[in-house]
Design a protein around this ligand. Structure first.
Ligand code: ADP
Ligand code: MG
Length: 317
């Protein structure tokens, strides 16, 4: 584009809360044929809330569900059973060492229930999988199936509970104590109000819309369905360090991809994309790696960015 067109485009962008890092990206954005959205914090608000606590009994059956009280004394009373509160307190104490939104929601949920959340004696983050901590002198694991399997704990007794919660679009996490599966906790996030409109507008333009997430397949598909993304366009269970490879693979098919993300995890993927776009409350790292920064937290501004590029380039033809 001529310097004058670039000027017009960047100014128009700025007036709309769309910041282009230079004339090159302003030109590139119009050629985008695939938009890859990060899920958490990009299509969703990224404000998790604890929704479920389920006790998994020694015989592997869920003892309680959702907000209902655990059966007290009842049929399984031979051994004193852990209560929902016990499971939640263990999980929250372990998670109090983590800054992850999933972790914060668990801690807040426990505190709201008036539970005594303590700092873990030892704590380790297992990126993309969960946390490992020492609570009450025992090892607590909170995380996905792989986290438990890697420790030789079979997640199978919680399979039905996990699937049910995931089909509701929730992120369900297993809780283990001293090598034993003791329960499941789940967090839910809200889909952004304009996410479905943004997806629809992009598809109307002939742009393919995809979603990438570290979350599990079922949860990812439930969210994709809500915003109008095809299930086959969902890349789930992608580890933080593998997000940029996933974008590379999408571009290896000859696509011109725009990656839209908000998190530290997303920075490498933003950097390799044809156009990297950081959205809203995005972290500094994401903004630095991006070519476009959307000042507002509105997925519709992704469409705006592409339209501004279009309009600017047409002016000089
Ligand atoms: P996202 O791409 O949604 O930001 P991450 O890559 O951070 O997800 O994590 C992927 C998955 O690993 C989560 O869906 C969850 O199952 C598990 N996980 C990550 N961090 C934690 C944590 N602090 N506590 C429990 N589970 C976690
Ligand atoms: Mg994320």
């Amino acid at each position: 584009a001529t310097p004058a067109a670039t000027m017009v485009g960047t100014t128009l962008g700025a007036q709309n809360g769309v910041l282009f890092k230079g004339g090159d990206v302003l030109e590139r954005a119009k050629d985008v044929d695939t938009v890859v959205f990060d899920k958490t914090g990009t299509l969703t608000e990224g404000e998790m809330e604890l929704t479920d606590v389920v006790v998994i009994g020694e015989d592997g059956t869920p003892l309680s569900d959702g907000g209902e009280a655990a059966p007290d004394g009842g049929q399984l009373a031979a051994q004193p059973q852990r209560s929902e509160d016990d499971v939640l307190r263990l999980a929250a104490s372990a998670e109090s060492g983590s800054e992850h939104p999933l972790a914060r929601a668990i801690v807040e949920g426990a505190e709201e229930r008036g539970l005594d959340v303590s700092d873990p004696d030892a704590f380790e983050n297992v990126p993309g999988h969960g946390v490992r901590a020492t609570v009450d002198g025992g090892e607590v694991l909170v995380g996905n199936r792989k986290l438990l399997r890697d420790e030789g704990i079979d997640p199978e007794p919680a399979a039905e509970t996990m699937e049910r919660l995931e089909k509701e679009g929730k992120t369900a996490m297993l809780v283990a104590y001293e090598g034993e599966l003791v329960g499941v906790v789940a967090d839910a996030d809200t889909v952004k109000e304009t996410a479905d409109d943004a997806v629809a507008a992009l598809r109307e333009r002939g742009v393919d819309v995809m979603m990438i997430t570290g979350d599990n397949e079922r949860t990812a598909r439930a969210v994709a369905e809500r915003v109008g993304i095809d299930p086959e366009n969902v890349r789930a269970e992608v580890l933080p360090e593998d997000k940029s490879d996933a974008v590379d693979r999408i571009q290896d098919e000859g696509r011109q991809a725009m990656m839209v993300g908000d998190g530290v995890n997303d920075a490498p993927a933003l950097a390799v994309a044809h156009v990297g776009t950081a959205i809203g409350s995005g972290t500094d790292v994401a903004i630095e790696a991006a070519d476009v920064t959307l000042m507002r937290d509105d997925p519709l501004d992704v469409v705006k960015a592409i339209r501004i590029s279009d309009a600017t380039l047409q002016k000089i033809k």
